[in-house]
Design a protein around this ligand. Sequence first.
Ligand code: DUC
Ligand code: ZN
Ligand code: ZN
Ligand code: ZN
Length: 474
Amino acid sequence: MTFDTIIRGGTIATAADTVKCDVGIQGGKITALGANLGEAREIVDATGHLVLPGGIDSHVHFAQPSGPGIVMADDFESGTRSAAFGGNTMVLPFAVQQKGESLRQVVKDYHAKADGNCYVDVSFHLVIVDTSERVLGQELPALVNDGYTSFKVFMTYEGMALSDMEMLNVMAVARETGALVMVHAENYDAIRFLTDRLERAGKTAPFFHGPSRPIPIEREATHRAISLAELVDVPVMIVHVSNGEAMEEIRRAQQKGLKVYGETCPQYLVLTEQDLEGLNMEGAKYVCSPPPRDKKSQSECWKGLQQGVFSVFSSDHCPFRYDDPQGKLTPKGRTSFRWVPNGIPGVETRLPILFSEGVKKGRISLNEFVALSSTNHAKTYGLYPKKGTIAVGADADIAIWDPDRSVTISQSLMHHNVDYTPYEGIEVTGWPVSTMVRGRFVVRDGKLTGAKGDGEYVSRDKSPLATPSGTGMF
Ligand code: DUC
Ligand code: ZN
Ligand code: ZN
Ligand code: ZN
């Protein structure tokens, strides 16, 4: 038997085990694990390196329109290239509906943007903004059956926020179709109230983005989203949780036996509200929602990761350039933080930050790192065991890591189309050196070896975690 490739001499880690063994790859799949596997057209020497399931980033934004005349800085080409350099083999961006749009058309539009342009594999979550009968009664159930098995709803943002009634109606469709609902939990009216008050007091600098959406705004919405989901008996994922109070709402629901899942992101582990204090508009580089909090919130988010309240760690890569009319510097005459687009880049730095701050500093094990960065994403979003693990029969989606390489994160190292990284100057130990998607190197020893189009669209199964628990009220 001759393999296409054997990765030899490395240490494999999955969500369960760490073992020294070789990986045999044939036809894009892992077909053997063990020692002395035999012949291969290519032997990859991984001595001294970790061989991990490629990262799956289940929360990224590419090529999304974001207000009048503003489109995100990364399209599918630059976004997936940056993902590959960050040790990722798959990403899940959003296909975002605008009011009045056909959801089927939205999906077609995002395929047109993505197909043939990706370096790593992709699959879409939907964002539901229009809850008309046509969308909820016809289009959404059909799309779930076609493999779009998760969708996000927003509790804030003009033109996007759903009322509680609308949330319930969307959740009811998820209940009926077996889809997973992701929730952006912030209280819209309370943000508007605080934003108006801050502006009237002349507090318009980027720093005041934080005070316009303090922790109670997130905690209340998290509690409400969980309560609505409980009424409908539908599992929910609370995305981008920034602090312990919102995390405790999720923990309490989990302890009650509800299928409530949580996600947190690098910005809530290593950034704080002080980063928004930068001179002039520099603080805009850190404007994201929910905003970074304080040191106490950071350690609470670590606890959530260590104790399993958060099962997925995503980047929420949401790229806007800083020095650009389409970016963070708000359009002329609109000087308030209110107009700064919300979101920061991070698809390339997610894994080094979690590895260094988590594994290297002893906060989480290597196996927990794999679970939080890859395996749990695959399990949560209907991709496992094709994706998210190193096992015979799985896709050969592999990241080879140098666990001892020290790197100072800097914009000059990034491959995104953003003109800054919010993680500038952070020192990390551990770096992905090669990324292989379905048996082909997209990045090899730090150099791009793949081509756009190497990444494919992946249709998803329904999540095994999204089945109702049978405790609903109807
Ligand atoms: N929510 C996200 O998930 N990403 C960026 C902005 C936002 O509000
Ligand atoms: Zn969000
Ligand atoms: Zn996001
Ligand atoms: Zn090396």
